[in-house]
Design a protein around this ligand. Structure first.
Ligand code: SF4
Length: 354
């Protein structure tokens, strides 16, 4: 039977080991200089699945553009997607915008103080709710992200697979048991910081770790092996042609449908080489003649490994209208890079339109 939660003795020991380290080692990050729940929330939304270094600049620019939750709620979603451009996972930006509107409509723009109340808002999950409530309001709420899961799996020596439901369940139970009633926000950040700086995925720096004396995986010599690797899904190879169609200083782009994969983002006319492709189905309203190949690059979307070639092309005949699944637009060449683009479209702009 795996230990689920730490005893009171080890709980106090962990606090005594980790918190002093955090007070000295913590990185000075812009969102750590505030307890404004709006700012904490924006940083947490950006930090999910994105590196800290990539977030810093975006965070400050985003807050200049949308300094309050009211300003974010009042903005058109296109402006929010544009400001998010470069951070990827645009679903987060759309959810952020919807949540801002709900916060203003239902709470007058005032953030609820507990994780349970925050979680009742659409678009805020348990991690973000715990982060905002504990960091901004000092509530005794826990949080679990990938860093916390890894740190706890090692401290407790759980031989569980990364991403498994059991690891998630145990991590939440343990994180809740560990969260102090006074300033859980500091504790939560200390756990995440340990995971980011010391208890790293591949090569944990156990010899420099402030909690090694209490770490069970370290004592057993299997720190780097935990959490266990999860079985990898098979990858799917996809070959695409992205067409650069220009006319009088403008380029042809397609805005994807407002729901589904990469919703509302702009992309270049795309053809999947394999007939009957499901990711980019054939578009009967668009007939193109290819001229020359301009570039070639690789791209990954979830399990799809994409080989994309960029081809200069001409329209043959009239451009037909699309149905509900997107819309064509001619955009000034110089403006294309400012739109909310798919990751592949950004690569085309960088390679062929600069
Ligand atoms: S001793 Fe090693 S495995 Fe344990 S928490 Fe520290 S870095 Fe992680």
């Amino acid at each position: 039977m795996l230990p689920t939660t730490p005893s009171n003795t080890s709980r106090s020991e962990w606090h005594a080991l980790l918190l002093p380290w955090f007070r000295v080692a913590r990185r000075d990050l812009p969102w750590r200089r505030t307890r404004d729940p709006y700012r904490v929330w924006i940083s947490e939304a950006m930090l999910q699945q994105t590196r800290v270094e990539a977030v810093v600049g975006h965070y400050e620019r985003f807050l200049v553009r949308f300094p309050t939750v009211e300003a974010l709620a009042a903005a058109p979603v296109e402006a929010v997607l544009e400001a998010w451009s470069g951070l990827g996972y645009y679903r987060r930006a759309r959810a952020l915008h919807e949540t801002a509107r709900e916060l203003v409509a239902r709470h007058g723009g005032v953030f609820p103080r507990t994780a349970a109340e925050l979680e009742a808002l659409r678009g805020i999950g348990p991690y973000t709710a715990g982060a905002v409530a504990s960091i901004a309001h000092g509530s005794a709420d826990a949080l679990v992200d990938g860093n916390v899961e890894r740190v706890l799996a090692r401290w407790m020596d759980w031989p569980l697979a990364r991403g498994s439901a059991e690891l998630k369940r145990r991590s939440w139970a343990t994180a809740r048991a560990l969260a102090p009633s006074d300033d859980a926000g500091e504790w939560n950040q200390a756990l995440m910081e340990l995971g980011a700086l010391v208890c790293t995925p591949r090569l944990p720096k156990c010899s420099a770790c402030p909690v090694r004396s209490a770490c069970q995986a370290h004592a057993q010599g299997r720190a780097a092996a935990l959490p266990l690797a999860k079985p990898k899904p098979a990858t799917i190879e996809v070959e695409l042609s992205l067409h650069l169609v220009e006319d009088s200083g403008r380029v042809l782009l397609r805005r994807r449908a407002s729901s589904g994969r990469m919703a509302s983002l702009y992309e270049f006319p795309t053809t999947e080489e394999r007939p009957g492709g499901v990711l980019w189905p054939a578009r009967p309203e668009l007939a193109l003649a290819e001229d020359e190949e301009l570039a070639c690059f690789g791209h990954a979307i979830t399990i799809h490994r994409i080989r994309a070639r960029v081809v200069r092309a001409r329209l043959v005949g009239q451009l037909g209208t699309t149905g509900d699944d997107g819309a064509w637009s001619w955009v000034a060449r110089a403006d294309a890079g400012r739109l909310a683009l798919t990751g592949m479209a950004r690569k085309v702009v960088a390679r062929c339109l600069r």
